[in-house]
Design a protein around this ligand. Structure first.
Ligand code: NDP
Length: 450
């Protein structure tokens, strides 16, 4: 077993330590590298953060639970999946972060997501620590009954570790309002408590208005600020969105409201290209297709007689690129195409959608690159508002939540410009990382070596 100690504060030293202690956790290592490349140079000029084992503590989760999730399929056979909850950092508040149900989920993926969440939550300005969880369960093709039995079994273990003051999960890939309902129902049954231990709930039982829209809308509010900083706007711009789930749908909705033309959406089978733009009516078709019928984006191509292609959509020329599907969906080739096409702004709806190599290309180009921990923080921000509404027993109107969301996204943008100033304008990645780090680090130092 390797001691969690680093000899000197260098990015490579930190990554080597991770490789020694947790070999093969590539996604986690990638997320740490992305943060440390901004934070390490900052620490060298701000010595108070060099000591107290701060960085060593920051890269080690406070707690990580792995558990068995047995469930009965419709044929009566027992299936077994693996469940995870990583409670990474509680310096700022109870652990907060979603649950992902997808076959690619493993400890490395959950750790990367939880690590990102610490900084994202810090940026919101709300009292939220960072955590994340999920399972390698694949919801695709499962019946409602199977989904319910899986969620109930998952909660039979998870309930021991969560509560409104301890750890508050929400949705993520594969976990939408249906799954949250089943998870919350089981939590209530196990604890006999009707409390806000989960966010993303239906409005009828304690959910916040606008939570469904929050991540996608927040992304566009951020993009709007980025465009304004270049004396530009979203209006009239062509936009490529990947994914067609929760984040993608509401990013599309707000983009259309702001006068943008969304020409593409996708899923893991491929993408549609609609030159005339996805309008409100076509978006309603996508919502029904994806959220109710659980269909595939290809069916849009058949209905509206537009091309469908396999692969990723990043070669399509556009002004604004919004990856809203999953991690590492933009590789170096895609990043080169994005730069060559003269994209003005790439803002991440998904968590870590750019590979390390892609990021380097984008950061050395004229593309305004805005990282997910800043741009997709709207979801957790409204989850934070859901928590405070639950604890006070109140329900805010949609307009009020939307106004607060917009304000929070503007404040995050302002923090990025404050801490990300360079000779060539704003480096949003640096700004987001440093602004988020300072708040978490100060809280950790104040609380002693815990
Ligand atoms: P959903 O499950 O609602 O939608 C996910 C979408 O991404 C689907 O269209 C899915 O297609 C596609 N997708 C998933 N995996 C892949 C893959 N390997 N290749 C190509 N496409 C893929 O999830 P969300 O919209 O909630 O989440 C999307 C991203 O946004 C994630 O990175 C998530 O972490 C991030 N995020 C979500 C927040 C939220 O509030 N929901 C908050 C902040 C970030 P298919 O149906 O074929 O799998």
């Amino acid at each position: 077993m390797t001691d969690i100690a680093i000899k000197s504060i260098e990015v490579d030293e930190i990554l080597n330590l991770i490789e020694k202690r947790d070999p093969g956790q590539e996604e986690f290592k990638q997320a740490v590298k992305e943060v440390m490349e901004s934070v390490v140079p900052f620490i060298k000029n701000h010595k108070k953060y060099e000591n107290s084992g701060l960085l060593q503590r920051l890269i080690e989760p406070e707690r990580a639970v792995i558990f068995r999730v047995p469930w009965l399929d419709d044929q009566g056979s027992t299936r077994v999946n693996r469940g995870f909850r990583v409670q990474f950092n509680s310096a700022l508040g109870p652990y907060k972060g979603g649950l992902r149900f997808h076959p690619s989920v493993n400890l490395s993926v959950v750790k990367f997501l939880a690590f990102e969440q610490i900084f994202k939550n810090s940026l919101t300005g709300l009292p939220l620590g960072g955590g994340k969880g999920g399972s390698d369960f694949n919801p695709r093709g499962k019946s409602d009954g199977e989904i319910m039995r899986f969620c109930q079994s998952f909660m039979n273990e998870l309930y021991r570790f969560i509560s409104s003051d301890k750890d508050v999960p929400a949705g993520d890939i594969g976990v939408g309002e249906r799954e949250i309902g089943y998870l919350f129902g089981q939590y209530k049954r196990l604890t006999s408590e009707f409390e806000g231990a989960i966010t993303g709930k239906g409005i009828a039982y304690g959910g916040s208005k606008m939570r469904t829209q929050a991540t996608g809308y927040g992304l566009l509010y951020f993009v709007d600020e980025v465009m304004k900083s270049r004396s530009e706007s979203v209006e009239g711009k062509s936009i490529v969105i990947s994914g067609s789930g929760n984040v993608a749908q509401y990013a599309c909705e707000k983009a259309v409201q702001l006068g943008g033309k969304v020409v593409c959406m996708s899923d893991s089978d491929g993408y549609i290209y609609d030159e005339s733009g996805i309008d409100e009516e076509k978006l309603e078709f996508i919502k029904e297709l994806k959220n109710v019928q659980r269909g595939r984006i290809k069916e849009y191509a058949e209905k509206y007689n537009v091309p469908f292609s396999e692969g990723t959509p990043w070669e399509i020329p556009c002004d604004i690129a919004l990856p809203c599907a999953t991690q590492n969906e933009i590789d170096q080739n895609s990043a080169e195409a994005i730069v060559d096409n003269g994209v003005i702004c790439l803002a991440e709806g998904a968590n870590m959608p750019c590979t390390d190599g892609a990021l380097e290309i984008l950061q050395n180009s004229n593309v305004l690159y805005a990282p997910g921990k800043a741009t997709n923080a709207g979801g957790v921000a409204v989850s934070g508002l859901e928590m405070s509404q639950n604890s006070k027993g109140i329900s805010l109107e949609a307009e009020e939540v939307d106004r607060k969301l917009r304000e929070i996204m503007k404040t995050i943008h302002d923090k990025c410009t404050e801490y990300g100033e360079t000779d060539n304008g704003t480096d949003y990645l640096k700004g987001a990382n440093i602004a988020a780090f300072i708040k978490v680090a100060d809280a950790m130092l104040a609380q002693g070596a815990v």
